[in-house]
Design a protein around this ligand. Structure first.
Ligand code: BMA
Length: 340
């Protein structure tokens, strides 16, 4: 029996495949990847970087769908098994708090997180440049978009699945108006999702590990465990041939997630398969969600591959925590700013 506990629901129908023989590394891929291929529905060329949750014994997802005019929008999908999906034919009809249409000009990299009885969608939208959009739903029929809760520029936001010390908690990566400068993850708090503050620095990009030297960004909503918050994130390196996105993992302090307890020096997944190395943007693995089962410690990670496909990878709580601890490295910039 594991000594490490996952504080989450049981999910006996989690999509799952045991570790294949001869596989090494903390994470293994689903043998039938990619689970979502090209042209998945009319008017949509590619789905990737998407988020799923368990819902009423099945699964529901918010998908980043690149429409055939090249602009990304969010679509709702449903699945019995978390692997085969059907999608609504139209994009999500967001409304404002008065119930009037409030559609984003573009929308990408959604995360879908249940906090108490409400599901929150956070994504990158247009607000005089890239900024975070936030919406809520309790029935997946009405999607109420909050009134521009964040300033530009920020392309990467992840909510924690419960309030911490009474407040909602958000990981995000502020940046400038260009594509990449600034590359660290920060923590912000809010009592009501309207007013945000108490910002703290969490994790720095790191020149010592080249795979995450350029920028890092939160991935899936952190998983609460007896070791702390387990975070899957992405780390980016710049090569002569463009960016390469890998997957990393860290454990943050449970009561003050701006404190990094452990952080793996090594990536846990990097582009190696054809669907990760070849596509609209080559060499991208980009985690956006996990399904996880508290009883068995099984974790299924959903990740975008090459801005073209959705892949699924697996690990267990014991294996990933052991790996992170074994490869733990202290990165000076994680502790130097913001937590004094
Ligand atoms: C980032 C985001 C992601 C994308 C990645 C690689 O800036 O736009 O959606 O997967 O670039 O193109």
């Amino acid at each position: 029996m594991s000594e490490i506990k996952m504080y989450a629901d049981n999910l006996p129908n989690i999509p799952w495949q045991d570790r294949p023989e001869h596989s090494e590394g903390p994470v293994w891929r689903y043998s039938e990847n990619p689970i979502i291929g090209r042209n998945p529905l009319k008017g949509v060329a590619r789905i990737f970087n998407s988020a799923v949750v368990p819902y009423e014994g099945k699964f529901i997802g918010i998908f980043r769908a690149e429409t055939t005019n090249g602009v990304p929008h969010l679509y709702l999908g449903r699945s019995e098994d978390g692997i085969h999906w059907t999608y609504d034919s139209e994009r999500i009809p967001f409304v404002n708090e008065k119930g009037e249409p409030f559609l984003p000009r573009y929308a990408y990299d959604p995360r879908l997180i249940k906090v108490e009885d409400t599901y929150y969608i956070i994504w990158c939208t247009d607000f005089y440049g890239a900024a975070l959009g936030l919406a809520k739903t309790s029935d997946f029929k009405t999607f109420v978009r909050l009134d521009n809760p964040f300033l530009p520029f920020n392309r990467n936001g992840v909510l924690f699945p419960r309030k911490i010390n009474g407040n909602f908690a958000l990981l995000s990566r502020p940046s400038d108006s260009g594509h990449t400068p600034f590359g660290d993850i920060f923590l912000s708090e809010s009592p009501d999702l309207v007013y945000w503050g108490k910002h703290k620095h969490v994790m720095a990009r790191s020149g010592a590990q080249w795979w995450q030297a350029l920028k890092i960004g939160g991935g899936a909503a952190p998983i609460e465990t007896s070791e702390g918050w387990l975070l899957f994130y992405h780390g980016v390196t710049g090569t002569c041939n463009g960016y390469v996105y890998s997957m990393g993992a860290a454990i943050l302090d449970i009561n003050n997630p701006s404190i990094v307890k452990y952080r793996s020096d090594a990536f846990i997944l990097t582009p190696e398969e054809w669907y990760e190395e070849r596509g609209f943007v080559a060499n991208v693995v980009f985690p956006c969600a996990t399904l996880h089962d508290a009883k068995t410690g099984k974790i299924a990670i959903y990740y975008g591959a090459a801005d073209s496909y959705v892949g699924l990878a697996f690990t267990t709580l014991d294996e990933i925590v052991a790996f992170i601890k074994e490869h733990h490295v202290e990165i000076g910039d994680d502790t130097s700013i913001g937590i004094m």
